[in-house]
Design a binder for this molecule. Structure first.
Ligand code: NAD
Length: 386
């Protein structure tokens, strides 16, 4: 079976789905690897390194014609989808819960879609395949750096002959994988860090990193299934936003990371909250994307300064800006998944396997992943996340 590594085309995307180091293991399992010329350039993996590791360097059209399984980071551009043929497989972070109609279209083409974001993450044997976690770790680290770089003062307490600089006060909203990494990084830079999550069970993790956990009195716990948060009711949402406003105003740098699976990111920082912040404050919105973000008015991949002097950075795709680390980690995840799914050099789809039942979205002309199929049953035309 041939695995084809696409060159990413999304603007700003510098990651690559497989790195040369992974090729020996894949080839050992009977897989041939085709790499689109230049696929690793953005992350500093040259064609020659892939070739030395045993890959064939090909053009995009050769790859699409010859590969049995096409791998990429995210959802490929339309011409790639159009070129896929029945029986071919496509693997990456395809986000079917946000756009189930896309899954339906792949099923109609007879393509087997494998999406790493469907992985049952709490399953210990799946942890090496968990690209959501590996990429969130990279992004959370970078979010703290982006916040520090945009802030006009120091993060640490500095006592110098020229005077004393007090440490920055950083608030992290949402303390999943990305939030915890942002807390750790901001702490290592010397900031005084506080954090909040609607799942109070994250308090111990936050405190173990040396940050203070903020508890809101107006909203209770909103833990959902599988360790994720549930969406808040309209009433809860308003109460949360109002109570957070006071905390936000007391901080210099806010990093927001809140997500609810298959939904638009919740709005945590309202216009009123931004207005209450001091000039020179910085907000890094890791939720910012095409469906909106955690921060009112944040624009994906854009830095804006509000009338009252608050810098709002739409930073939904930060993993792509640490491309070598992110690609190394992603490549380990996708290789582990492929090795799990391959038998005698061929893709062996087995939906009775818990891992495959999560990641295999379409197969044999049907949407087979339960969560995506349920969304389509509710709304056959797909639609976007609520
Ligand atoms: P995520 O990206 O889905 O969300 C980020 C954080 O935002 C979460 O902590 C969530 O509670 C929080 N959030 C959502 N809505 C919010 C709101 N309105 N206000 C404040 N916070 C809000 O989360 P994630 O990083 O993917 O982690 C999800 C869960 O998966 C966690 O419980 C994590 O511990 C767990 N996890 C487990 C494993 C494992 O067992 N191997 C690996 C990775 C993650």
């Amino acid at each position: 079976m041939k695995v084809g590594v696409l060159k990413e085309t999304t603007p700003g995307e510098r990651r690559v789905a497989l790195v040369p180091e992974m090729l020996a293991r894949l080839r050992g399992a009977g897989l041939d690897v085709l790499v689109q010329s230049g696929a690793g350039d953005g992350a500093w993996f040259a064609d020659s390194a892939y070739a030395e590791a045993g890959a064939s360097i090909v053009s995009r059209s050769e790859l699409l014609a010859d590969a049995d399984i096409v791998v990429g980071i995210g959802r490929p551009e339309e011409p790639v989808i159009a070129a896929l043929r029945p029986g071919q497989a496509l693997a990456g972070m395809l986000n079917p819960l946000v756009d189930p109609a896309f899954a339906a279209a792949l099923a109609a083409k007879g393509v087997t879609a494998i999406s790493l974001d469907g992985l049952p993450r709490t399953l210990p044997r799946a942890q090496g395949m968990d690209a959501l976690t590996s990429q969130a770790n990279v992004a959370g680290y970078k979010a703290a750096l982006v916040g520090a770089a945009a802030f006009g003062r120091f993060f640490p307490l500095l006592i110098t002959a020229a005077g004393t600089a007090r440490p920055a006060k950083v608030l992290v909203l949402g303390t999943g994988v990305a939030g915890l990494q942002a807390i750790g990084t901001a702490k290592r830079l010397g900031a005084v860090v506080s954090a909040y999550d609607v799942r109070p069970q994250t308090k111990t993790e936050v405190e173990s990193l040396g940050a203070a956990f903020i508890e809101l009195t107006s909203v209770g716990t909103a833990a959902g299934e599988g360790g994720y948060a549930r969406a808040l009711t309209e009433e809860e949402r308003q109460a949360q936003q109002a109570e957070l406003t006071g905390h936000i105003a007391r901080h210099d740098v806010i990093i927001t990371t809140a997500q609810v699976p298959g939904r638009r990111p919740p709005l945590l920082v309202t216009e009123d909250a931004i207005k209450a912040m001091a000039a020179g404050s910085v907000i890094v919105d890791m939720g910012a994307g095409p469906l909106g973000g955690n921060v009112a008015g944040s624009v994906p991949d854009t830095e804006t300064v509000t009338e009252n002097g608050v810098t709002v950075i739409g930073a939904g795709g930060l993993a792509a800006s640490v491309p070598t680390a992110a690609s190394n980690a992603f490549a380990r995840n996708i290789s582990a998944l492929l090795l799990h799914m391959v038998n005698d050099g061929e893709l062996a789809i087995d939906l009775s396997d818990e891992i495959q039942a999560g990641v295999v979205i379409t197969h044999d002309g049907a949407v087979v992943q339960a969560a995506t199929a349920a969304l389509l049953a509710k709304n056959p035309t797909g639609g976007t996340a609520p």
